[in-house]
Design a protein around this ligand. Structure first.
Ligand SMILES: [Zn+2]
Length: 292
């Protein structure tokens, strides 16, 4: 980054670096080759579905021009052409950053729009989801205290899921039902226990985070016991009870549902629409109980 900012026309000397990124680093990261379109996608910021791995050949001139523009007033002051004023200098840097930030944003939007059509439908769906709502995990600090310090395997798996690329080192068959093991099967198999595990992981994460903010947090509280004189009744258990969330000294119940928004039956609907339906179904369940 520093070299790009201070050396004009340095893109030719960065070609080897880009070649290494494309042909060595990214294949090693994903465990499979990446296409030219994928490489271009990965140059975008994470909030636009990319990985923030710029192509140094493509952006070096932009960085140099941005640096020259930002430091123009400082340079002229050193040369004695103008009198240095701190306020004017900060204003000039801010103005330059805004202008080049806007240019960069427009450039990234153009790249995204020209690229998205090159991917298969399933990959497009994953990329659009990553752009809209599933990228913060790539830009947070990897704090161990918050369990953000992913292992190498976890990081690679998360990247593979983000771009619908194959997961490495999957077992050949499901240890629950013996079927061929694929990501789709792991998300759907009711026998192997993974469905239950990922639900409980979300529940436990909510409990941990809620405990930092509220004192009274309970996992799997029994909300209503089964009535002995009513065979149709059943015990109602929430996932988490937290006191004081919406109102002081009042319990709030939380019910977790984890949905595979890429399941074949959901392909005609957006992930957000699938999640909204799941939310409505959960609410309906509790409203029925409240009315009953
Ligand atoms: Zn199975």
């Amino acid at each position: 980054m520093f070299l790009m900012r201070v050396i004009p026309n340095c893109s030719p000397i960065l070609a080897e670096l880009e070649h290494c990124l494309f042909s060595c680093f990214l294949p090693a990261l994903f465990g499979v080759e990446v296409s030219v379109a994928e490489r271009q996608l990965f140059t975008l910021p994470v909030h636009m579905g990319g990985l923030g791995l710029s192509n140094p050949v493509a952006v070096s001139n932009h960085y140099f021009e941005s640096s020259v523009s930002s430091s123009a007033l400082l340079r002229e002051s050193i040369l004695g052409a103008v009198t240095f004023e701190l306020g004017a200098y900060f204003d000039s840097v801010q103005s330059s950053k805004s202008m080049f930030g806007k240019l960069k944003s427009d450039y990234f939007s153009g790249v995204f729009n020209s690229l998205i059509g090159n991917f298969a439908a399933a990959q497009q769906r994953a990329i659009l989801r990553a752009r809209e709502c599933a990228s913060s995990w790539l830009s947070v600090l990897p704090l161990r205290s918050h369990h953000y310090d992913l292992s190498a395997q976890e990081f690679r798996d998360a990247l593979a899921l983000r771009y619908r690329k194959p997961l490495l080192n999957l077992p050949p068959v499901c240890d629950g039902c013996g079927s061929l093991f694929r990501v789709e099967h792991a998300l759907d198999c009711r026998v192997g226990g993974l469905v239950c595990q990922r639900h409980n992981e979300v529940r436990d994460a909510i409990c941990d985070l809620a405990s930092l903010a509220w004192g009274q947090v309970q996992k799997e509280p029994v909300v209503c016991e089964e009535k002995m004189d009513d065979p149709s009744s059943e015990t109602l258990i929430a996932d988490v009870r937290i006191r004081g969330v919406w109102q002081s000294q009042v319990d709030a119940l939380f019910d977790v549902r984890v949905v595979d928004t890429d399941a074949p039956s959901y392909q005609s609907r957006s992930p957000q629409a699938v999640l909204r339906t799941a939310e409505v179904e959960k609410r309906r369940k509790w409203f029925i109980w409240l009315r009953g």
